[in-house]
Design a protein around this ligand. Structure first.
Ligand code: CAA
Length: 287
């Protein structure tokens, strides 16, 4: 089955970008669903800003931009969003209860043979698949932030995921202009976050222990390792709360050596979540 219609559940930092690449690069018809009009409006305004950047750089024409926007249909109605979709990509907050409720409902409206995927960065794919009637048609489809620019999609097999599902997701990811890697076993953090999150956590430990300032830690890693952003800027960019949550999952599934730094916990509790709240290690209100 060729994937022509995509439904993205969630219009936040990841959802809006996934909807955009589905419409812009893979040229699919896209429904983007969220639970509040203000969330949808924010998602559409991020998409507008992003497509305009592509136009300014002459990577797409004004006409193509209009076509991309015309292919994205924001909606509050879950049934309407899901009912005709060949592929459903869940990108709601990283909370298993929310994911369970959205996936169970979406599955009840999905057409026969639809593939359901999750953009989760840490939750077990096998467990998420168990919330649907056809776990063989379910897998992880993990994009990176910002999805419009980052080249990778991690494809994660759940215990029951079929080869057909994996092959279809490899193909559609390639149509979205992405490179893919296959995570053969459903293991916490998959590949990238298993390596990234302990590294970010270690940067928090350096601040917590007073070894160096946040600015110097970022400078060291940018210039010493050629990362495009230092680890603390990156944690701000991704969300300190999201980073904390992933660290907790790694600790729970893989052991104490992955325990989150107390500073990660404190900043999350204080609402210093980074770019999305305006303040983390850095002030994002002026950017
Ligand atoms: N849409 C379109 N264009 C965009 C954009 C978007 N959403 N965001 C940025 N850009 C463009 C900017 O307009 C800019 O264009 P010019 O060069 O023409 O000015 C260009 O991209 C570069 O942006 P900036 O100048 O703002 O900043 P930058 O040079 O630092 O690049 C970046 C931004 C691509 C995000 C880069 O900093 C980077 O690669 N950072 C690391 C990101 C990363 O590691 N992501 C993965 C995180 S892990 C994850 O996502 C998984 C998880 O589960 C937690």
């Amino acid at each position: 089955m060729e994937i022509k219609k995509v439904c993205v559940l969630g219009s936040g930092l990841m959802g809006h970008g996934i909807a955009q690449v589905s419409a812009q690069v893979a040229k699919c018809d896209v429904t983007m669903r969220d639970v509040k009009q203000e969330f949808l409006d924010k998602g559409m305004s991020m998409i507008n800003r992003s497509v305009q950047k592509f136009v300014q750089k002459q990577l797409i024409s004004e006409q193509a931009m209009k076509e991309v926007l015309g292919r994205i249909h924001p909606t509050l109605n879950l049934e309407e969003a899901v009912v005709n979709a060949d592929l459903i990509i869940e990108a709601v907050p990283e909370n298993i209860k929310i994911k369970q409720s959205v996936l169970t409902e979406a599955d009840s409206y999905a057409k026969d043979g639809a593939i359901i995927t999750s953009n989760t960065s840490s939750i077990s794919i096998t467990e998420l698949a168990s919330f649907t009637k056809h776990p063989e048609n379910f897998c992880g489809m993990h994009f990176f932030n910002p999805p419009q620019l980052m080249k990778l999609v991690e494809i994660i097999r759940g215990v029951k995921t079929s080869d057909e599902t994996v092959n279809a997701i490899v193909k559609v990811s390639e149509r979205m202009g992405k490179e893919t890697v296959i995570v053969k076993k459903d293991s916490a953090g998959f590949i990238v976050n298993r390596i990234l999150v302990p590294a970010l956590n270690e940067a928090f430990n350096l601040v917590w222990e007073g070894v160096a300032s946040p600015e110097d830690i970022d400078k060291a890693i940018k210039l010493g390792l050629n990362w495009p952003m230092g680890p603390l800027t990156l944690a701000d960019y991704l969300g300190i709360d999201t980073t904390f949550y992933i660290a907790e999952v790694l600790q729970g599934e893989l052991g104490e050596k992955y325990a989150p730094c107390p500073l990660l916990r404190q900043m999350t509790r204080a609402g210093l979540t980074g770019r999305k709240s305006g303040k983390g290690f850095y002030d994002w209100t002026k950017k």
